[in-house]
Design a protein around this ligand. Structure first.
Ligand SMILES: Cc1ncc(COP(=O)(O)O)c(C=O)c1O
Length: 393
């Protein structure tokens, strides 16, 4: 049976390949320390689960969500959360909409904004969804390299005038996947100025804004004066409250862009199960996930301190779920990831899976199944120390 040509534009899904490698090792009976996918291993806070159970018992939640842009209780909670967290005013009726996880919003934004011949500016390395959906919508994804020397923040002056003129969308993602980098409000100000100059909408992907350590507070791009003229920000409860499987997120910001996305999505899906919206609203209003952040901090310290002791120079991120490490000289990302998997039983993700500028790095996630207070991280370090006998340069 034939299928649409646009599907040919999709490169193999990164985690699909990793999943196959992992399945092979497990089939051989190997015990892997899995630092691959960034999916919180801790349960959703019990209070949120209890609120869901209560909401499920309310027959009002058993119906379609026929609201304009998302269950109002949820969008009101989003608006209050933005005020409390960032001191940003969001009108719940016109500047916010519900998403079935932020991936839904990021992917469909391309379909709502990009025509054939249009450009979107995408970070490289970066979350692959921005690029793939731009390409499927018939657009061109122009790379903004994230270089270590620039703190993994794009150099806006390096974007060609031609690409900037053709661009309809720019994606930014801080705290960043995969590099763990953060961005300052000053950078956001520059980005807003650039977007206004070239009439580009910026999509700020804030999926990791609440996954922060050592007292670091990630800013929202909407804190920049005038940002609402050009910015749509996407957020998710996935990493904030260990709710990846629940599929709940939201977009806030520029009314027109939110409206375009909402128009598209109103013809694609029928929103989320309202009981999930109610539990998510409750999470935003009342729940703290500090114990999970404390656990990630312990794991980060065990991993990064341990690797540095071995001689692998690795930096500590203050946000995100990821440690982004340069591979030792003489290896590609893929070669080194394979070596760690086969010789040490430690699964990491080769950086080139996130784009050409990810080559030379690997990503290690702080979410590790079966870990008790850092014991699997310590095991990862021990295995690398004992089994990988190379010159760590
Ligand atoms: C940078 C980034 N944005 C968005 C998402 C999507 O998260 P969700 O769809 O669960 O909200 C992810 C998931 O890993 C991510 O890494």
């Amino acid at each position: 049976m034939d299928r649409a040509k646009r599907l040919d534009k999709i490169p193999p899904y990164l985690f699909g390949e990793i999943a196959r490698l992992k399945a092979g090792a497990i089939a051989e009976g190997k015990d892997l320390v899995d630092l691959g996918i960034g999916d919180p291993d801790q349960p959703t806070p019990q209070a949120v689960i209890d609120r869901l159970c209560e909401a499920v018992n309310d027959p009002e939640t058993h119906r379609y969500d026929e609201s304009e842009s998302g269950w109002p209780v949820f969008l009101d909670a989003v608006s209050r959360w933005y005020k409390k967290r960032f001191d940003v005013d969001i009108d719940a009726k016109s500047e916010a909409m519900l998403l079935i996880g932020s991936k839904d919003g990021l992917a469909h934004l391309c379909w709502a904004m990009i025509d054939p011949g249009d450009v979107s500016l995408v970070p490289d390395p970066g979350y692959t969804v921005y690029k793939v959906n731009t390409m499927m919508a018939g657009g061109e994804a122009v790379t903004m390299p994230l270089l270590e020397k620039n703190g993994f923040v794009p150099d806006l002056t390096a974007i060609s005038t031609d690409a900037a003129k053709k661009a309809k969308l720019m994606f930014l993602n801080y705290p960043n996947n995969p590099t763990g980098a953060i961005a300052s409000l000053d950078f956001y100000k520059d980005a807003v100025r650039f977007a206004k100059e070239y009439d580009i909408a910026i999509c700020s992907d804030l999926a990791y804004s609440e996954v922060t350590y050592d007292g670091y507070d990630a800013p929202s791009m909407l804190q920049v004066e005038g940002a609402k003229d050009v910015v749509i920000e996407m957020h998710s409860l996935s990493k904030t409250f260990n709710m990846t499987g629940w599929r709940i997120g939201y977009a806030v910001g520029n009314k027109d862009v939110v409206g375009h996305l909402n128009k598209l999505k109103s013809n694609l899906d029928s929103r989320q199960f309202p009981a999930i919206d109610l539990a998510a609203a409750y999470a935003l209003e009342t729940v703290s996930n500090q114990s999970t952040l404390d656990l990630y901090t312990r794991r980060r310290d065990i991993l990064v301190d341990g690797l540095n002791e071995i001689g692998w120079k690795v930096k500590k991120p203050v946000a995100s779920l990821y440690v982004w490490a340069k591979v030792p000289e003489g290896f590609t990302s893929a070669e080194f990831s394979k070596l760690l998997l086969t010789d040490a039983g430690v699964l990491v993700i080769p950086g080139n899976g996130y784009g050409e500028y990810g080559e030379g790095y690997v990503r290690m996630s702080l979410t590790v199944s079966g870990d008790k207070d850092g014991d699997r991280m310590a095991e990862a370090v021990r295995r690398i120390r004992d089994n990988i006998k190379i010159d760590w340069k």
